[in-house]
Design a protein around this ligand. Structure first.
Ligand SMILES: [Mg+2]
Length: 231
């Protein structure tokens, strides 16, 4: 019987420091003239409740004293992130994403595990990246538009568990909200805190406080944590 591993996407499967994180910085800069540091963004993430990068960008803009309509923030963010195709810019920061898994990791894991995703991305935006790096590996893929309550609500994990009810389960994530969703769902949580992430010590402590059974530098050391639990 296969066990289940559920992955968060950003910061776990994909390095988004040059994409989503940079899009937050560029969006805030656009509306306020002030560019927040990576460290600023991380400190908001560490507070919890800001898994949604649109919501976070909007809040950071407000915090800098500018009143901008939420929809305008979303529109600008999406142009920076996906490119502005109508105006001849098909690029966008999404192209700077980096896939983090080493060759062969998911082939080995898939032998004994069902691999799934629970992400704060929209489903199609998750698929865009999966099509580039890892087609046909993860089932199901639950995005924010597949649930009525976003993280830290555990709905997405419950949904996946309904489809894959057998065996043990783990959830891997890189934020406080991921850890909270996991705890609320009763699924053991494994934290990821990249060596390059700002405020790393604080993040490690936060993830441990939220019940992480381990905090890893990246997913490539995952097998050492779950390796003894196949039986
Ligand atoms: Mg994440």
């Amino acid at each position: 019987m296969k066990n289940l591993i559920v992955f968060d996407m950003d910061g776990v499967l994909v390095d988004v420091s040059e994409s989503y994180r940079a899009a937050i910085q560029a969006t805030v800069l656009h509306f306020t003239g002030t560019e927040p540091t990576n460290d600023d963004v991380q400190s908001w993430k560490n507070r919890g409740g800001f898994n949604d990068d649109w919501k976070l960008s909007h809040r950071m803009i407000q915090e800098l004293g500018e009143e901008v309509a939420y929809d305008d923030v979303v529109e600008r963010f999406q142009k920076i992130f996906l490119g502005d195709r109508e105006n001849g810019n098909a690029g966008g920061l999404i192209l700077r994403e980096r896939w983090l898994a080493a060759e062969g990791l998911f082939d080995r894991l898939a032998a004994n595990h069902t691999l799934a995703i629970f992400t704060g991305r929209l489903g199609w935006e998750a698929q865009l990246t999966l099509d580039r790096f890892a087609k046909e590996i993860f089932h199901p893929v639950v995005g924010v538009d597949h649930v009525s309550h976003a993280k830290p609500h555990p709905e997405g994990l419950h949904k996946i568990r309904e489809q894959v009810p057998h065996g043990k389960a783990w959830y891997l994530g890189d934020t406080v909200d991921d850890a909270r969703a996991s705890r609320a769902a009763g699924v053991p949580f494994i934290g990821i805190a990249a060596p390059t992430s700002p405020r790393r010590d604080e993040l490690v402590q936060l993830l441990r406080n939220e019940g992480a059974i381990a905090v890893l530098e990246d997913i490539n050391s995952l097998e050492a944590v779950i390796g003894d639990t196949h039986s």
